[in-house]
Design a protein around this ligand. Structure first.
Ligand code: MRU
Length: 347
């Protein structure tokens, strides 16, 4: 995703791995649609897209009477915030640029100044995500011993962030350091982020990897030597419960049973201290068509009932450590989480 001549250029992740197609989002509603329809996805990336969405809304104010600016920006923010409910990074991105707009409007800034300043704020937010990925990669790689075999779920890679990725960023760095030997990405039904996106990233980087379907995870843990499970997150509650892609909770239980460390890698913009526990995290229910159809073809009898919760919550007791840009939260509990977040970012 990149800013390009007054629009947001977005790699349409729905087309991967077969085709690299780019979309141009020129307005906040277009950004909101790209987020909702999963053209771009992954918690940190939708945070950055949300920030740029507000900047795009400011760009469109030149032909709007000044008295209506505040309401127009607010309308754009609401639209962006409503595009997907679970990843809290979206709220951080939108709120960050919205707050800058509030200050500038109070100062009486004109439309040109407002648009330039909000674009600069979205750039800064995106740069920070990139830097968070770099720091988390270093901190997370330190947790792995030489030649580790690791399992991951969904896509927590470069496609999901502005930088190297969260969980995949750690894997990338650890591979450079000789600490990762082999990666097992789970396919991640029903949206197939693991096979379509994570494997695509790993193979482009030449990192040895073997795709498994989600229901193979227990067997692979029991029969291969898996040293760690490493995943990203969409929202971490104040007590350190972790919401992530559906299937993560099951992997955490399996990891516990097999005595395998379970690591979560997420920037502080994924932490929501306003929700006390995972029970209060809103879990997106997506269309059941995404479950009963694969690439437009039905895989269940006509009229079949299905469910599609897109995320689940892993209780913090099952998490060995949470890697943030500010440090490693270990043990993963609320008190340690607050303490780590209060500190400066780790070098
Ligand atoms: O529905 P998605 O593809 O947006 O879900 C993404 C995930 O669950 C990722 O694991 C999470 O956002 C962490 S991304 C660095």
């Amino acid at each position: 995703m990149a800013w390009d001549r007054g629009a947001l250029r977005v790699l349409d992740q729905r087309e991967l791995p077969s085709r690299e197609v780019y979309l141009r989002c020129r307005t906040a509603p277009e950004v909101a649609r790209a987020i909702r329809d999963m053209a771009l996805r992954g918690a940190p990336l939708i945070g950055c897209a949300g920030a740029y969405g507000v900047a795009l809304a400011a760009q469109g104010l030149t032909r709007v009477p000044r008295a209506a600016w505040r309401a127009r920006l607010e309308q754009a923010c609401r639209l962006l915030l409503d595009s997907r409910p679970t990843a809290v990074n979206l709220r951080y991105g939108v709120d960050r640029v919205r707050e800058r707009a509030r200050i500038l409007l109070e100062e009486g800034a004109d439309a040109r100044r407002l648009a330039a300043a909000l674009k600069a704020e979205a750039d800064a937010f995106t740069e920070e995500d990139l830097e968070c990925c770099r720091r988390m990669a270093e901190l997370g790689a330190d947790l792995l011993k030489r030649g580790s075999n690791v399992m991951t779920h969904c896509n927590a890679g470069a496609l999901a962030t502005a930088g190297l990725g969260t969980a995949v960023g750690v894997i990338r760095r650890a591979y450079q350091l000789g600490r990762v030997r082999h990666v097992y990405p789970c396919e991640t039904r029903p949206y197939l982020q693991g096979s379509r996106l994570t494997l695509w990233e790993l193979m482009r980087d030449g990192i040895p990897s073997t795709l498994i379907t989600d229901n193979m995870a227990a067997h692979i843990m029991a029969t291969e030597h898996i040293d760690a499970v490493i995943v990203g997150s969409d929202r971490i509650a104040a007590n350190a419960d972790v919401a992530n892609k559906i299937g993560t909770y099951g992997l955490a239980i399996l990891a516990k049973h097999h005595g395998i460390p379970f690591y979560v890698v997420a920037p502080s913009t994924t932490v929501d201290l306003r929700v006390s526990s995972g029970r209060s995290i809103p879990i997106e229910e997506r269309s059941t068509r995404e479950v009963v159809e694969v690439f437009g073809r039905s895989i269940a009898p006509a009229g079949a009932r299905a469910r599609h919760p897109a995320f689940d919550v892993t209780p913090h007791e099952l998490v060995t450590a949470i890697v943030t840009e500010k440090g490693v939260v270990r043990p993963a509990d609320g008190e340690r989480l607050r303490r780590v977040l209060a500190g400066p970012a780790s070098a």
